[in-house]
Design a protein around this ligand. Structure first.
Ligand SMILES: Cc1ncc(COP(=O)(O)O)c(C=O)c1O
Length: 510
């Protein structure tokens, strides 16, 4: 028997009868976002988890509101009001970009149609569109006609996938036990490389981080030494992971020299261009990626430097045949006979089965704006980062680490030399105080919501970090945020450190 609620429940399904309601609901959701974006005078409300958690805990998930507008009202309180807004020019923290509108059109279409990019019979044209975009990206990298790849959920998955393929290739050639396999990256490489090695069952010593130079690029001489050491120890280097755009410094490892060393050693070269991939469409800086075409595999994160909404990433390989290492034929889904009949699918190439049609966002971006316009946006943020470096480097309140070829700025506030004597009681007091002052400044700024910046450590010391990905961020915004940070740090030095004893971690009371 049909339940009395079945009719009401069915009214929520999107189909020809409910299409008008869908249009209204989507319009009202868009209006909420438009309203928030128009009103946002800061990137963040400064809310802390203690204040927000009870609001979310109080929502009774067993008692639905039965109304889109009521649910959106509630969403204002539990999410939209306090979300972190990446479109705001003073959001300067992580590798999150403002998004372009054509990509949002793609997002709206892809989730409503809900294609799944595993098989032709769940996506049809979606499969071909993704393939065209993979071909296009491979062309930008400079790969030949044998190249292939697949969209993924992000750089972490792309790196894992690359290392899985590299491991299979190494084992097919060298037949080494997993404990004998090594992955060499630089000290500035992304942590997902270590995570991937763990997931792939490699030993705890599998990832070797070689030294970087003053500009935080992998040192080819250190790589050469490590390759030699591994060879003499009977270890198999299954991959060298070069980074084109390190997370903290935006540094780009010397790809041609690394490619030469990999070729000599017979090692797989993976280039993690999760961040640096925006250079693929830059008309002024494409040369910074020279050598990427010699990689065996490349990670690109369109959701970092192509202004795409999360998720949008891809793994590209020079020789598409290696993708077979992740393939599995399931009778119910992708039996061999389908491939033999030439029916295209993407599941044979992917670590995922059901998979979003994220490629549609990039497709609409390229069809509406074109690649040069995307490259122009990325070039603009790189220009702004260079100007910000000059600004901070000339400012005696700050110490800057390196000049990024991309769009980060790692720096820290330096407390003035004339410290009151009671600050000089710890072993290395100036340094400890600087650490605490910078930690405090970052937290205090976030609590004010006026700007959001990131932090990192360099040689064991705490630094602040800007990641500029918004062309709307002006140099005045940067100068203003530097002033705010200096103000908070100075307040810590003058007022709070003497009370707290600066050896303790600072805590902000908003
Ligand atoms: C260089 C680099 N590689 C990989 C990743 C991981 O990418 P995702 O966060 O998309 O998984 C990041 C993230 O910041 C990154 O900076």
């Amino acid at each position: 028997m049909t339940s009395p609620h079945a009719g009401a429940a069915r009214s929520y399904l999107l189909n020809e009868r409910t299409a008008e309601g869908y249009r209204r609901a989507m319009t009202s959701a868009t209006e909420r976002v438009v309203d928030r974006i128009r009103r946002a005078d800061r990137p963040f409300s400064g809310v802390d988890p203690e204040r927000l958690a009870p609001e979310i805990a109080a929502v009774d998930l067993e008692r639905p509101l039965h109304d889109h507008a009521a649910a959106l009202d509630e969403l204002e309180r539990v999410y939209l009001r306090d979300a972190v807004y990446f479109h705001h020019p003073r959001y300067l923290a992580h590798l999150n970009c403002p998004v372009v509108i054509p990509a949002l059109l793609g997002e709206a279409v892809l989730s409503a149609v809900n294609s799944s990019l595993d098989t032709w019979d769940q996506s049809a044209g979606g499969t071909l569109i993704e393939r065209r975009l993979i071909e296009w990206t491979a062309g930008r990298i400079g790969f030949g006609p044998a190249a292939d790849g697949v969209f993924t959920s992000g750089g972490t998955q792309s790196n894992l996938h690359a290392l899985l393929l590299a491991r299979e290739e190494a084992q097919a050639i060298a037949g080494a036990a997993p404990s004998r396999l090594r992955v060499i990256t630089s000290a500035a490489g992304h942590f997902s490389v270590r995570k991937a090695a763990n997931l792939l069952g490699l030993g705890p010593d599998a990832v070797v981080a070689v030294e970087t130079d003053d500009e935080r690029r992998m040192r080819p001489d250190a790589l050469a030494r490590e390759l030699g050491r591994c060879r003499r120890a009977g270890l198999v280097v299954m991959a060298v992971v070069a980074t084109a755009g390190t997370t903290d410094f935006g540094s780009i490892d010397p790809l041609p020299e690394i490619a030469d060393l990999c070729a000599q050693a017979g090692a797989w070269l993976h280039v993690d261009a999760a961040y640096g991939c925006g250079l693929l469409v830059s008309r002024r800086r494409r040369h910074l990626l020279d050598g990427v075409e010699r990689a065996d595999s490349v990670t690109v994160d369109f959701h970092k430097s192509f202004f795409q909404p999360v998720s949008s990433s891809a793994l590209l390989v020079r020789d598409g045949a290696v993708l077979r290492h992740a393939a599995h034929h399931a009778d119910y889904l992708n039996p061999r006979r389908m491939a033999e009949r030439g029916i295209p699918n993407q599941v044979d190439k992917s670590l995922q089965t059901t998979r979003r049609f994220d490629a549609l966002k990039l497709w609409l971006t390229l069809r509406v704006m074109g690649p040069d316009a995307v490259g122009e946006l990325f070039d603009e943020v790189v220009d702004r980062a260079a100007a910000s470096y000059a600004l901070a480097a000339a400012d005696p309140r700050f110490e800057v680490v390196t000049r990024s070829p991309l769009s980060t700025l790692v720096f820290r506030y330096l407390p003035p030399d004339h410290l009151p004597p009671d600050h000089l009681r710890h072993g290395d007091p100036g340094r400890a105080l600087a650490d605490d002052a910078n930690l405090y400044a970052r937290e205090a700024l976030a609590a004010s919501g006026e700007a959001v910046v990131a932090g990192t450590t360099v040689d064991g010391r705490h630094y602040l970090k800007f990641t500029l990905l918004n062309p709307e961020t002006t140099l005045d915004d940067v100068a203003h945020v530097l002033d705010l940070l200096a103000g908070h740090a100075q307040r810590y030095v003058d007022d709070l450190a003497p009370l707290a004893g600066h050896a303790e971690a600072p805590h902000v009371h908003a």
